[in-house]
Ligand binder design. Structure first.
Ligand code: IMP
Length: 421
């Protein structure tokens, strides 16, 4: 059996949460492989909006097992809050959640370091979510991080004290306010004690054994390909591997175990935080997309930057991930527009290119304008009910991207999902 993957092809916020929830009935196990509470996966369940930060989006499905894999970084305080909220809705989280013993912990000082590091960058800020993601992964790479499994070897508390002391010295050099640190550390320890009552295991063995038993697994990506540490718009990226490679390293599954790779993208494009965005619209149309698409960060509430779809960027993301199937979301947001822009290639100092260069600074998008559809899609439930201009847009994208668009999402609810052959 294989691990099928669903991951974002743009700068995150493509609608992964909803789509995982829609397709997860086919997968008894859903596993997150990277990132942490910087993610905000929004789902609408029976008309009620839910945002998941750390817990995989399969948690609402009866009988599912949801794995937080070893490539993730977990903050016990936020994760406990999320769990309690789910439990208050009657979701039996204890039965459905499995945590990797290898997952690293975000310490109370990591978000403080995140803020301090951003502040000294001034105008070159990354626009981090300030959840401590970068500092936690830095400690992991520097081989001084603390793992959830350290709960079992007696090293957690001494290592915690040592790391906090080291971070405190660093924060004092930045002149950070440390008045709340003791309170934060107490809360962190109390939360970790409770998290310790949830299942933790060597999830790499669990997942491989389940595959051997014939159980299909869905790997759920967070953020998006263009925020990948290796291949994203560096340095304006997150600190984890958001591409399919991250599935192997973050879950402990071998490349031959990867099955379908479902790449998800919006019918336009957004980005939150700083960094280059060639197709950005700093005009009324951009504002229209932001308001109509409710483009405000699910985790931080920040307004998202909006622009037209970017085909060179999508082709690049499809190549890096070996995407087999495409999923397009938020087509409904474009419904009222007379014309829709499609960036087909870029103009650079070296000439025209349909490739995404390693440095995006200064590239100019070349747009082709196509007619809009002026037709509300929110009640559409099948391909027959889609307007011809939208079908033309879908055909154009399939031809340009050389992959089939298998699902078109036309609203946040589970039911607003059109499956195509
Ligand atoms: P960090 O991962 O919080 O350090 O943020 C690094 C960059 O990735 C910033 O530009 C964030 O806005 C962006 N980012 C992180 N997580 C997400 C996400 O889930 N959706 C969209 N952007 C994200």
């Amino acid at each position: 059996m294989k691990v099928d993957v669903i991951l974002g092809l743009q700068w995150g916020d493509e609608g992964k949460g909803k789509l995982v929830d829609v397709i997860c009935p086919s997968y008894p196990i859903i596993a997150r492989f990277q990132g942490g509470p910087n993610a905000g996966h929004s789902l609408v369940i029976h008309g009620k909006k839910m945002v998941l930060n750390t817990i995989p989006s399969g948690i609402f499905r009866n009988g599912s097992t949801n794995v937080a894999g070893s490539g993730m970084v977990l903050n016990p305080v936020g994760m406990l809050r999320e769990i309690k909220q789910l439990e208050s809705l009657g979701i039996p989280v204890k039965e459905r959640l499995v945590l990797s013993r290898r997952a690293h912990l975000i310490l109370p000082t990591h978000p403080l370091l995140d803020s301090a590091l951003e502040q000294v960058k001034g105008d070159d800020k990354i626009g981090s979510t300030l959840k401590g993601i970068g500092p936690a992964y830095s400690d992991k790479t520097a081989r001084q991080g603390i793992r959830l499994g350290d709960l079992d070897n007696g090293r957690l508390e001494p290592n915690f004290r040592e790391q906090i002391a080291r971070h405190t010295n660093e924060l004092m050099r930045f002149g950070a306010d440390l008045s709340q640190l003791d309170t934060l550390c107490d809360e962190w320890m109390r939360s970790l004690d409770e998290i310790a009552t949830y299942t933790r295991t060597d999830t790499e063995f669990y997942l491989n054994n389940e595959l051997d038993r014939g159980v299909p697994i869905l790997a759920e990506g967070a953020q998006g390909t263009l925020l990948d540490l290796e291949f994203g718009s560096y340095p304006f990226v997150t600190s984890s591997h958001t591409t399919v490679a991250g599935v192997c390293s973050g879950l402990g599954v071998a490349p031959h175990r990867i099955g379908k790779v479902m790449g998800i993208f919006k019918a336009y494009c957004t980005r939150v935080g700083s960094g280059p965005f060639p197709t950005e619209l700093n005009n009324e149309t951009g504002e229209f997309l932001r308001q109509t698409g409710h483009e405000f960060g699910a985790t931080t509430g920040r307004p998202r930057r909006c622009g037209w779809i970017d085909l060179p960027a999508l082709r690049y993301a499809i190549m890096l991930n070996g995407v087999t199937d495409l999923i397009m979301t938020k087509a409904d947001v474009l419904s009222e527009l007379t014309e829709i822009g499609v960036c087909t290639h870029y103009r650079t100092s070296a000439g025209q290119t349909s490739h995404l260069p390693a440095d995006l600074e200064g590239v100019e998008p070349v747009f082709r304008m196509i007619p809009g559809w002026h037709h509300s899609l929110t009640e559409s439930t099948s391909e027959d009910s889609l307007p011809p201009q939208l079908l033309h847009y879908i055909d154009l994208l399939e031809e340009e991207l050389n992959r089939p668009i298998r699902i078109v999402s036309v609203g946040p609810d589970r039911r607003q999902t059109i499956h195509r052959g």
